[in-house]
Design a protein around this ligand. Structure first.
Ligand SMILES: *[C@@H]1O[C@H](CO)[C@@H](O)[C@H](O)[C@H]1NC(C)=O
Ligand SMILES: *[C@@H]1O[C@H](CO)[C@@H](O)[C@H](O)[C@H]1NC(C)=O
Length: 201
């Protein structure tokens, strides 16, 4: 993994105790990606876990550290539907210290403090949805698609609306409004609706 700066891990990577692997600066574990580490990881500065990705670790793991049980990172991000877990294959059940500059987590995330320890000086950031009022109507792009990116939200009023594809990213929200008089339906016609984990409809 020398010479590349980022890696999207979609497969399984197991770093056994006393093994070591050098990873790119930024690693994103997604979908069916699994990183299970008991050994040493070097090189990586930022790790992001999202959309079904799993990062499992246990002592004697070390990440960018000469000390066993220490994970030293700039940013560790546990996003919507990402999972940070203790590995049952560890040699001892002592805690792993997440010595990170910043821990970014989705709102529903809770750290399993029986296995992990985060020093107090780490910055904690919650990856909120944008709570700004839903005061604008969803508008399709030139291809007829509606794609809401993280923190974007919009509403669809009553009546019939046709889109080609609808894609709602994690942390985005599409709201279907009803007719206050209860007469008219809100009908959406689309070929495909893809709602990523943490996206809302
Ligand atoms: C790590 O993430 C931070 C915050 O998003 C960013 O500023 C920095 O450039 C990233 N570093 C690498 C090596 O990707
Ligand atoms: C939505 O409402 C907020 C707060 O009232 C306002 O700042 C913003 O400009 C509005 N956005 C639109 C698209 O009207």
């Amino acid at each position: 993994m020398y010479g590349v700066t980022s890696l999207v891990l979609l497969h399984k990577l197991f770093v056994a105790s006393r093994a070591s692997v050098h990873l790119p600066l930024s690693v994103s574990i997604e979908d069916s990606g699994r990183l299970e580490a008991l050994g040493a990881i070097t090189g990586v500065h930022n790790i992001s876990i999202s959309n079904g990705g799993v990062f499992k670790l246990a002592r004697p793991v070390s990440v960018r550290s000469s000390q066993e049980g220490v994970v030293s990172l700039n940013v560790l991000r546990v996003d919507y539907d990402g999972s940070l877990e203790h590995s049952s294959r560890g040699t001892d059940s002592g805690k792993v210290t997440l010595r990170v500059t910043e821990l970014q987590t989705a709102p529903q995330f809770t750290l399993d403090t029986s296995y992990f320890d985060v020093p107090r000086n780490a910055r904690r950031v919650t990856l909120y949805r944008d709570e700004s009022p839903l005061n604008h109507t969803c508008v399709a792009d030139d291809d007829g698609d509606l794609h809401l990116f993280r923190s974007q939200s919009c509403y669809i009023a009553s009546g019939t609306h046709t889109f080609r594809d609808i894609v709602i990213d994690s942390g985005a929200e599409l709201r279907l409004e009803g007719d206050p008089s209860g007469v008219e339906l809100t009908k959406v016609i689309s070929e495909l609706v893809h709602i990523h984990p943490g996206g809302g409809l």
